[in-house]
Design a binder for this molecule. Structure first.
Ligand code: HEM
Length: 142
């Protein structure tokens, strides 16, 4: 689970960055919102949801969750443990919720530039939240 989570993260980040960059480009160049743009948004949504499930699957059998249950105050007092036991999971769940809201909001928009704008805002915020709480000291794998 841990290994899959670690590799799947490359896919999530890559497609999320592409979707946000594509939406910024589409917005600035006043492009029409095509099937390709829709699919990018959809695959980003699916990839991030899969990562969420893998993350949850790993989390509850991980040493971080066990340590949190056994000795919560010690985990909270240590920045590295707190990141993996609390901050990373909570922030990633939040980021996925925001991406999901962006996906459903874009569907309700009728004008192309508004669809792109919704992706820029919601997927963009999701990307920033994810980047802010990735454990950069242990990833990417080398
Ligand atoms: C979009 C969502 C997510 C992304 C992009 C993501 C990304 C990552 C990355 C890049 C790592 C470092 C992997 C490594 O050290 O090899 C990691 C570790 C971890 N993630 Fe996530 N994650 C996401 C969601 C979640 C969720 C929802 C949970 C739990 C509820 C979770 C739990 C963990 C845990 C426990 C680790 C530590 C792995 C370890 O060192 O044992 N992640 N995540």
């Amino acid at each position: 689970m841990k290994t899959i989570h670690s590799y799947w993260a490359y896919l999530v980040l890559a497609i999320l960055i592409i979707t946000v960059a594509n939406a910024i480009y589409g917005l600035l160049k006043k492009k029409s919102f095509s099937d390709k743009d829709l699919r990018l948004g959809l695959f980003t949504l699916i990839f991030s949801h899969i990562q969420l499930l893998i993350g949850l699957g790993w989390y509850f059998s991980s040493p971080y969750y066990k340590a949190l249950k056994a000795n919560g105050s010690e985990v909270m007092g240590d920045a590295a443990s707190r990141l993996l036991a609390i901050e990373h999971p909570v922030m990633m769940i939040l980021a996925t919720i925001i991406i999901t809201i962006g996906w459903s909001k874009h569907k309700k928009k009728t004008e192309d530039h508004k669809k792109f704008k919704t992706f820029v805002i919601f997927y963009g915020i999701g990307l920033l939240l994810i980047l802010s709480k990735i454990p950069w000291n242990q990833w990417p794998l080398v």
